[in-house]
Design a protein. Structure first.
Length: 560
């Protein structure tokens, strides 16, 4: 299969960004809203382009269920199903075009919030040059390996993304809000930029900079203190729970829960992927996935404290957001997922990945080897192993600190005594909270409460710090306690919760709640405290007050 990606992608990348003008057994719980969401179908037209109609037609290239429910649930919902009678490339193009077309408004809102708050309206030429080199490398690999399923999947991902750009711009009626491929790439690379940005900043200097605790701690926590996760085995082996809370800046709460049901002929073990996500992104970035192979894939970000690793990052690689999509599609179990994911390691978005294979779990009977795999990545190296033996003791908790000793040491976590126990694998506040509370989880509701837990004012393990909780609230951080000397309050913290158990996995259901936790603390409101956060951060497309309940996501609907 001869790729034509290079010419197309590089032509889209050329030019400056347009200036942005901004005008200031337990199944679904709660109220089941059975109102059908709008449906859309994409077709090819006579010019070999695409046209979208507001109908559900299974004979089209793809159909979608979509509704922006941000103001009622904190989520948009999108489910796309492609027609296997079309070629894989046509399915990928149709799915991308359809998503870009019908989610155009949310894509623009997400880009504005990121471009203003994160990039301060400037994209460096060094970033653009690196992306261009990376595209050229991948295109060369696609051309050199036309029958390799791995590179064929990457070609399909690029086709889907570039077609999304076209769909977005065709739906857009305002020339001032047009977007280029570069803009879409930066939204998809949001996790990878955590490490690519520093790597490019250091590349021009021959002197390696030290990790300065007084300068970089707050920045490090905001960028890489990213998520909590818990895998819990019921005491009587009756159930197995997987839960995750994303930590992020609150300006990134433009959310879409997505379901991709693609009928590709290219070898793929998984056809259906359910994941918490964002407008314009093809991966989760959080990350949380439920696959129809009955596997859940979750990560929390470790990050790097050792700047000597950054020179190992090279454009001759595949970024994390692409590798996770390919691994999800091709893997048949935890070990094969790790084998696919470690290929062409970019060294960006250095995470602890947690793969739970529910096929290895029989309720009330057994938990077989291979149920829980853990992979950790740094530039130039991935380490992974079967960690089911840990799960058999009751639970596995994840809280942004490497588990494997070599990864822990070389990443720089062995030189963090200035922070007390904050970065201790065994004695950090979240490690202690999980050790105290995880084995008190006996049902789905308790798991939901665990992953949304933040009782910082009354919990002695918080050390008086609202960031030292499973679902952090850095907007509530104070300097009343000396241990908070390196932290400043910010609109950052846990922004959701996602939970599944055995029955949910079998039925392809995900329990999800959007927004900062409000179980033991007051809901976050952009207008609170005189609008201090509202004036600091652009947050278009969002409600002011975040007090939403849990919703249940299924393959073609969201009940709440």
């Amino acid at each position: 299969m001869k790729s034509q990606i290079t010419v197309f992608l590089l032509s889209l990348l050329i030019g400056q960004l347009l200036a942005i003008q901004i005008n200031s057994d337990q199944l679904p719980f709660g109220k089941a809203d059975k109102t059908a969401f709008p449906t859309f179908t994409v077709y090819q037209n006579s010019d070999n382009g695409y046209i979208v109609k507001p109908v559900k037609d299974t004979t089209g290239i793809a159909y979608a269920v979509f509704s922006n429910e941000m103001m009622t649930t904190g989520w948009g919902y999108l489910s796309i199903t492609t027609n296997s009678s079309y070629s894989d490339l046509t399915q990928a193009a149709g799915a991308g075009y359809l998503e870009g077309f019908i989610t155009q408004e949310m894509i623009w809102q997400n880009w504005v919030n990121m471009y203003v708050n994160e990039y301060h309206k400037t994209i460096g030429q060094d970033v653009q040059n690196w992306i261009t080199s990376n595209i050229q490398y991948m295109d060369a690999q696609i051309n050199a390996n036309p029958t390799d399923p791995y590179w064929t999947h990457i070609s399909l991902i690029w086709t889907q993304l570039t077609s999304m750009v076209s769909g977005y711009n065709d739906a857009n009626t305002d020339s001032s809000t047009s977007l280029q491929l570069l803009d879409f790439l930066l939204m998809n690379m949001d996790g990878d930029m955590i490490d690519l940005g520093p790597a490019l900043n250091l590349s021009s200097s021959t002197q390696t900079k030290e990790f300065n605790p007084k300068v970089r701690f707050t920045e490090f926590m905001r960028k890489t203190g990213h998520c909590s996760a818990l895998i819990k085995l019921a005491d009587d082996l009756s159930d197995l729970y997987s839960a995750h809370v994303t930590w992020s800046s609150f300006y990134e709460m433009s959310r879409i829960f997505k379901v991709y049901n693609f009928g590709y002929k290219n070898p793929a073990a998984s056809k259906i992927t359910m994941f918490s996500s964002y407008p314009a992104t093809l991966s989760s970035i959080d990350d949380f996935y439920l696959l129809d192979t009955k596997i859940t894939v979750i990560e929390t970000t470790n990050g790097l404290m050792n700047n000597n690793l950054y020179p190992l990052i090279t454009p001759n690689s595949v970024l994390s957001w692409i590798r996770v999509i390919v691994a999800n599609r091709m893997a048949t179990d935890g070990n094969s997922w790790c084998q696919v994911f470690e290929k062409y390691n970019s060294g960006t978005y250095n995470n602890q990945w947690i793969i739970v294979d529910y096929n290895k779990f029989t309720p009330g009977v057994s938990v077989r080897d291979g149920t829980l795999f853990i992979l950790e990545q740094i530039p130039g190296y991935c380490e992974y192993a079967d960690n089911t033996d840990i799960l058999l003791t009751g639970y596995f908790g994840s809280y942004n600190i490497p588990r494997y000793e070599y990864i822990f040491n070389i990443s720089g976590f062995n030189d963090t005594s200035a922070y007390g126990n904050w970065f201790s694998y065994t004695a950090s506040p979240r490690a202690e909270i999980f050790r105290r509370d995880a084995n008190n989880v006996h049902d789905l509701a308790q798991m939901q409460a665990m992953i949304r837990y933040n009782n910082w004012a009354k919990d002695p393990l918080s050390l008086g710090n609202a960031g030292n909780q499973i679902s952090s609230r850095f907007d509530l951080v104070t300097h009343d306690d000396p241990s908070n000397q390196y932290l400043n309050p910010d609109a950052f913290g846990g922004i959701d919760g996602k939970v599944v158990n055995y029955q949910y996995v079998q039925n392809l259901l995900v329990a999800a709640q959007s927004g900062p936790t409000h179980d033991q603390v007051a809901p976050f409101d952009w207008t609170q405290n005189g609008g201090v956060w509202s004036s600091k951060y652009t947050h278009v497309g969002m409600p002011d007050r975040w007090d939403f309940g849990w919703a249940t996501m299924s393959v073609e609907t969201m009940d709440y």
